[in-house]
Design a protein around this ligand. Structure first.
Ligand SMILES: [Zn+2]
Length: 137
């Protein structure tokens, strides 16, 4: 027997489903299609990059526009309530991201940041070009 109510279960399932369509997964699938092999979430690197291409010495972060404060992006608009709280939180994230990227570069890694809003279907060709340019650099 399912220990969850029907409503709760469908809520859980819809969450799982959306997890399978995360921007990160889109980038991973795209890289795979392009013939690249990679590792995930290397915890020994600053910022735990989402995707690591050891052979190219390159890492990719797939960032949520809101949490990582994508500048000039509609999705990163702060809520009107508790604005100060969100502002502080997000700017801490931005600073931390910048620190991690700096450390990675100092360690000799190439770093690319992909934003949520770049993984939408209509932008997928641009994304592929972006990845291609980054990895061939
Ligand atoms: Zn964005």
């Amino acid at each position: 027997m399912d220990s969850f109510s029907k409503e709760k279960r469908s809520q859980i399932m819809s969450k799982i489903k959306s997890k399978n369509t995360t921007p990160e997964l889109i980038v991973r699938r795209l890289l795979h299609k392009m013939g690249y092999r990679f590792r995930l979430h290397r915890t020994d690197l600053p910022g735990k990059p989402d995707i690591v291409l050891p052979r190219f010495k390159k890492v990719i972060f797939v960032n949520g526009c809101f949490w990582h404060g994508h500048s000039n992006c509609k999705k990163s608009q702060l809520p009107e309530s508790n604005k100060k709280f969100w502002q502080d939180k997000i700017s801490r994230n931005i600073n931390r991201d910048a620190e991690n990227i700096k450390k990675l570069i100092e360690m000799g890694w190439g770093v690319l940041t992909i934003w949520d809003c770049q993984t939408k279907k209509r932008g997928i060709e641009n994304l592929e070009m972006l990845l291609d340019a980054f990895l061939k650099k």
